[in-house]
Design a protein around this ligand. Structure first.
Ligand code: NAD
Length: 424
């Protein structure tokens, strides 16, 4: 599968994660036993979730939790509600969490969860029952020292609060079972915007490396949910001109820079960017090829593919979403003059502040916002600098450099714990 039309429809996160892993593992001459250990999930749960809907009928949803690797610490990863959620996607997203946590040097492993549903068609009551039943269905698999969910696509602080409540009812007060909670329930200052803030930190550091000031740069942000909105907001506050944004309904362009706070208010009120008067409306998928310095996909996977990469005008792609670039297309990007900063680095701010939240829950102590932000900056800078240095030293892509750094950490921990013995 490598021609244009095939890559346009490629969406499998598991296959993508394996292809990326293999590219790094080949360069590391990783032996086949290690590959097998690192390329397979530790545990996979598939669960049927019956929910009484508001009309009185019962609907049965499919839910998943995949734990990829916990050699460096408890499993950690988001929970996604979306009609396209599949076990295969969750498997790939779980593996990416292992590599992300290792690259950022957080003492956590990788996991991911998902429920195949369309939350836009569900009432708050239906979503609450779905969430509580999912917690019931995951049984003993989650827990503060086992596996800690967090928000992802279409899940938010409120849903995390229900998870904390449902788990605590069974196990006793356990704020550390989930992160991204409301502050009142033990959430951390700075968690809500952490992923977008982290993306803006990586973009700033890159601009510094290019000897540019952010107010000399322009960006396009695709996706206007938690990650996209906060990325666009922080970048615009830092002086970057965000010339286009989009959501699942429409794209908005404004060469002078979109007023992100106004766009955010509009989306909150109307439910989408449609009808926003602060720019010209264009078809949603066209923002990806709009003229800018930095393209920042912050929605779903497989946004850059064989069908559109040659039209992309940005020279740098920052992957704020997980897996936005088709793995078959990625090797063609350098030839098109496009550099990629990988998701496991760029969107690591979310899990980093989730880690801080978990630490605060264990300490039963609340950090000040300034402390959270300063610590986040330290973690993001450290990971960025390591990836840059290794990529330069070995003349490899930033993604492969990030994977090598992450895989080395996981393998070392495996050896030290005696879980896996092998020559490496
Ligand atoms: P979200 O549900 O808050 O927002 C998703 C946004 O994408 C929405 O605005 C939606 O309208 C938009 N969208 C959907 N389909 C689109 C399309 N075809 N074109 C343009 N926009 C589209 O989800 P989120 O939490 O912001 O997650 C976005 C991405 O970031 C996902 O890949 C997720 O895995 C990743 N991520 C999220 C976090 C986090 O902390 N939430 C952390 C790391 C990575």
């Amino acid at each position: 599968m490598n021609n244009t039309s095939d890559t346009e429809s490629f969406t499998d996160c598991h296959k993508a994660s394996i292809m990326q892993f293999d590219r790094a593992a080949d360069l590391m001459s990783l032996d086949s036993e290690l590959r097998q250990w690192l390329n397979t999930s530790f545990r996979e749960l598939s669960v049927r979730i019956p929910v009484r809907m508001d009309d009185g009928n019962v609907r049965v949803f499919s839910g998943y939790r995949v734990q990829h690797n916990n050699v460096r610490g408890p499993h950690k990863g988001g929970l996604r509600y979306h009609p396209d959620v599949s076990l295969s996607d969750v498997r790939g997203l779980a593996a990416w969490m292992t590599w992300k946590c290792a690259l950022l040097d957080l003492p956590l492993g990788g996991a991911k969860g998902g429920i195949t549903c369309n939350p836009k068609d569900m009432s708050p009551g239906e979503l609450e029952r779905l969430t509580r039943e999912y917690v019931h269905g995951t049984g003993d698999l989650i827990g503060p020292l086992k596996d800690i969910p967090a928000p992802d696509i279409n899940t938010n602080a409120r849903i995390m609060g229900w998870i904390m409540d449902e788990y605590s009812k069974r196990q006793g007060y356990s704020p550390g079972v989930v992160t991204g909670k409301p502050i009142e329930l033990g959430g951390s200052s700075g968690r809500e915007d952490a992923t977008g803030r982290g993306v803006s930190m990586i973009v700033s550091r890159w601009a510094q490396k290019e000897n540019k000031r952010l107010n000399q740069t322009s960006a396009v942000v695709q996706g206007f949910g938690n990650v996209g909105y906060h990325t666009a907001l922080h970048l615009s506050r830092l002086g970057c001109r965000v010339v286009a944004v989009s959501d699942s309904v429409t794209g908005i362009i404004n060469k002078n820079g979109v007023d992100i706070e106004a766009a955010g208010r509009h989306k909150k009120k109307k439910g989408s960017l449609s009808g926003f008067a602060g720019g010209e409306s264009i078809p949603r998928d066209e923002v990806v090829t709009f003229q800018c310095d930095y393209l920042i996909p912050a929605a779903l996977q497989n946004v850059v593919h064989g069908g559109n990469f040659q039209k992309i005008q940005a020279r740098i792609i920052f992957e704020a979403a997980n897996g936005p670039i088709c793995p078959y297309t990625e090797p063609l990007l350098p030839g098109a003059g496009i550099t990629v900063l990988p998701d496991i680095l760029v969107n690591g701010g979310g899990v980093t502040v989730s880690y801080f939240e978990w630490v605060q829950n264990i300490q039963h102590f609340q950090w000040k916002g300034e402390v959270v932000q300063a610590e986040l900056q330290t973690v993001m800078n450290r990971a960025f600098d390591k990836v840059m240095a290794l990529a330069q030293e070995r003349n490899i892509s930033f993604r492969i450099a990030a994977y090598i750094l992450a895989i080395e950490k996981v393998v070392q921990a495996g050896h030290l714990r005696g879980i896996y013995q092998s020559q490496y």
